[in-house]
Ligand binder design. Structure first.
Ligand code: ADP
Length: 484
């Protein structure tokens, strides 16, 4: 308030000083004709109207008229006018000064109005951008108050929601002294947005039902907002809460549906896959229990069946659990810069028993480190090398190579085995899928590649195959290179 007064005093003094200056210069030193004086004074009046407003201009134009008459229109030194033409001149001066001032002031107001509207639009735009980023209701509600404070530059923001009597604040919380009861009453009764002093009160609604209240305090230090803009802010908040709510509902629904689908798929497949080893175990055990005597050799054979089939059962269950955990992202992976060479070595050590009498060619050029969980990638490599050994004739070579490709390292495992038919190449990555005829001779769960693909996906890489029936297969996966 005080500073405003100081500004006013300064403006009045400045206007008076310039007026006196003009009159003095023309009266005492520069002797020009009265028209020049009138035009100079007019310039001052228009300047005041354009910069500081109508009241300065009108007051100055009245004083200027009197001074003009007194000092420049004959008889000089009196307020009387002898020549009727000069009456006309002075009247014209006053009229032009007042009309010109009004026009200048209107132009000034319009420019200010346009600036204010632009600022309001910026506020709404900034707010909508910030509010539409939130993905869930909780983070949105926490983000609203700081976002409004940022765009309006107000001191304090309180967002109050009737549902659960929740209050979200930003800024100097002590400035708004209102308890929950006061807020609730106001939220339920406020018909439309209003300004009370420096405080904006905006009702929030769902349809026509009250939902809550937004208080913006200390707006003077920030931006001036019209009631339409305040209403628009209220609408924006309601819409963004509805949107986040809907998004959350949809995500929750989809996640539940997907997890249900995966669960039933898993149960179907597992029961089907478990049946084969279980049937074999049951048959062997029943035969062993029969009263008829079996010789030692036969007994051993049946016990071996039970032993092997139990191992398979065990592997099946372990892999199924692993797959389920990968599906539901319950597996914890630790990504760290890792060398491909070490993982290849580990994988080869893991399947050394399968690689007896095999030539394994490892061809690794100098490579950058990759961002990976070493244990999981070793698992993928082990699976690919095991498959290469399982699905190729004993003694045929297996090659492991790697190369850098656009920010990724691509690792390949190639064999000269039975190959995979083109129609089955995408299916083998599905869980429990095993390629037709040839692979039936080799035991497997059909889970290895599905697990491997899930692991590589989690690394933001890809796992793919190129293969020709009877010629061999190349399985390749990519891993991101460590930046910098
Ligand atoms: P599993 O080997 O236990 O059957 P995988 O998921 O590892 O399960 O592989 C799925 C199927 O893909 C295999 O059953 C086999 O038919 C085919 N396959 C995988 N690797 C190869 C390979 N190197 N050569 C030929 N066929 C392969």
């Amino acid at each position: 308030m005080n500073s405003q007064r100081v500004v006013e005093v300064f403006r009045w003094s400045a206007a008076a000083a310039v007026l006196i200056g003009i009159v003095a210069v023309y009266h005492l030193w520069l002797h020009v004709n009265p028209t020049t004086v009138a035009l100079t004074l007019l310039l001052l009046v228009l300047f005041l109207a354009a910069r500081w407003g109508l009241r300065y201009a009108v007051a100055t134009s009245i004083v200027a008229t009197l001074a003009y008459n007194y000092y420049f229109l004959p008889p000089i030194g009196t307020l009387t006018i002898s020549d009727p033409q000069n009456w006309l001149g002075i009247f014209a001066f006053l009229t032009v000064a007042v009309v010109g001032s009004r026009l200048s002031e209107r132009a000034r107001e319009e420019a200010e109005d346009a600036r204010r509207r632009q600022r309001e639009l910026e506020v709404l735009y900034g707010l909508s951008r910030q509010l539409l980023q939130a993905e869930n209701v909780a983070s949105l509600l926490n983000a609203i108050s700081p976002a409004i404070m940022l765009v309006t530059r107000a001191d304090t923001i309180v967002l109050y929601l009737l549902d659960g009597d929740r209050r979200y604040m930003a800024g100097e919380s002590s400035e708004i002294q209102m308890d929950d009861i006061g807020l609730r009453q106001l939220a339920q009764t406020l018909p439309s947005a209003e300004m009370v002093g420096l405080q904006a009160r905006i009702p929030l609604r769902v349809g026509v039902r009250p939902r809550g209240l937004l208080l913006i305090d200390g707006l003077s230090r920030g931006v001036r907002l019209s009631t339409e803009t305040l209403e628009a802010i209220g609408g924006l908040i309601s819409v963004s809460i509805d949107r986040a709510q809907a998004l959350e509902d949809v995500t929750r629904g989809e996640a539940a549906k997907e997890s249900e689908r995966l669960r039933s798929l898993m149960i179907d497949s597992i029961t089907h896959e478990l049946r084969t080893p279980l049937t074999a175990i049951k048959a062997a055990a029943s035969t062993l229990l029969l009263p008829k005597t079996l010789d030692h050799e036969e007994q051993r054979e049946l016990l071996t069946v039970i032993d092997e089939e139990s191992d398979r059962l065990n592997q099946l269950v372990t892999e199924a659990v692993e797959m389920a955990q990968l599906d539901t992202r319950e597996v914890h992976m630790t990504f760290a810069p890792t060398g491909v060479g070490a993982m290849v070595e580990h994988a080869l050590a893991n399947c050394s028993s399968l690689l007896d009498n095999r030539e394994v060619k490892v061809n690794l050029p100098p490579l950058p480190l990759v961002m990976a969980d070493a244990d999981f990638i070793t698992k993928v490599l082990t699976n690919l090398v095991e498959n290469a050994a399982k699905y190729s004739p004993a003694g045929s070579p297996i090659s492991i190579s790697a190369e850098r490709k656009e920010g990724m390292v691509s690792v390949s495992v190639a064999d000269r085995g039975i190959g995979i038919d083109l129609s089955e190449q995408s299916l083998i990555f599905e869980r429990f899928y095993r390629a037709s005829v040839p692979s039936q001779q080799t035991w497997g769960t059909g889970m290895g590649l599905a697990i491997s693909r899930a692991i590589i996906d989690a690394h933001h890489g890809t796992l793919s195959v190129t293969s020709q029936l009877g010629e061999g297969s190349v399985f390749s996966f990519t891993l991101p290179v460590v930046e910098g």
